[in-house]
Design a protein around this ligand. Sequence first.
Ligand code: URA
Length: 239
Amino acid sequence: MKDEAMRLQKYMAMCGVASRRASEELIKNGLVSVNGKTVTEMGYMVKPKDKVMVNGKNISMEKKKIYIMVNKPIGVITSVKDEKGRVGVTDLIDGVSERIYPVGRLDVDTTGLVLLTNDGELAFKLTHPSKKVYKRYIAIVEGVPNKIELEKFRKGIKIDGKVTAKANVKILKNFGDDSILDIEIYEGRNRQVKRMCEAINHPVKKLKRIAFGELELGGLDTGNWRYLNDEEMEYIKSL
Ligand code: URA
């Protein structure tokens, strides 16, 4: 840490504990202490000499940053904890001793690209709406959307009282009974693609994320993972 104090959740993210938002949850849940005292206050400022513990373990600034891309299969979850005992996406990774966590979420029945890292600052940049990093999906939907429905999808749809940001969508294949769509969205609201498709009366039957900004899944098989390559690391650094 530099000389100045910083917000506890930011410090935790920089230590590679979790994203800022997930760190806030840990704080709220009383799992974080500073100098032996539990802190649940969100704006708490940590000073360089403070001793911060999460879940009873000391944390400090992470030295080695890890960036992994995984192709999540159906049935695997992206949240860290699960009461039902389902497999988590980090369980698919072996031989990595650093604690890594997913950037954003995919539904249990969605497949495709999940980025895993211990770089909390990057996770924040990639998921913050102001950064406008797109996520690209291939969706099989019921029926074939017409021009009006596609336009509605692109311009924004009211979900939970708030209109979605501009999105891109095109039909890749039309089978009559259903169709394959190529979709790009710039936000990451809960079940966003499914809810947008439902809103234009073309429910999603299958969903796969194929890109997160310039990071592309390419030929990575379902259930497999790899470290980001040099070109992808350049992109990450440019954000
Ligand atoms: N949108 C969804 O509806 N589900 C996902 O898993 C990702 C985006």
